[in-house]
Design a protein around this ligand. Structure first.
Ligand code: FES
Length: 104
């Protein structure tokens, strides 16, 4: 287990115990304020969109081209956008801060 600091769409901060055998999306989708993850992690829907705290962004593996293409089509895209299904949540990411992106 490792901590994830999650800010919901209302700006409320939560701290959850993340499971390090799951992706970030799998840790977020069961929360009432979490992500929908409609495609189940296939990098096809972008409903797992989060904003990663800038201090954490460089600590994550780089996004591959499919992820970048999907993100850049979103009206809610920002420089720190990531698809949470493409991020394996590891113990090294203990304390990771993300914000749930607004719906399209
Ligand atoms: S769950 Fe669909 S793109 Fe991440």
């Amino acid at each position: 287990m490792a901590q994830i600091k999650v800010t919901d769409r209302d700006g409320v901060e939560h701290e959850i115990d993340g499971n390090t055998s799951f992706t970030l999306m799998e840790n977020l989708r069961d929360l009432d304020y979490g992500v929908a993850a409609v495609c189940g992690g296939m990098c096809a829907c972008a409903t797992c969109h989060v904003y990663v705290d800038p201090e954490w962004l460089a600590k994550l593996p780089a996004a591959h081209s499919d992820e970048k293409d999907l993100l850049r089509d979103l009206s809610t895209y920002r420089e720190n956008s990531r698809l949470s299904c493409q991020i394996k949540f590891t113990a090294q990411l203990d304390g990771l801060k993300v914000r749930i992106a607004d719906d399209e």
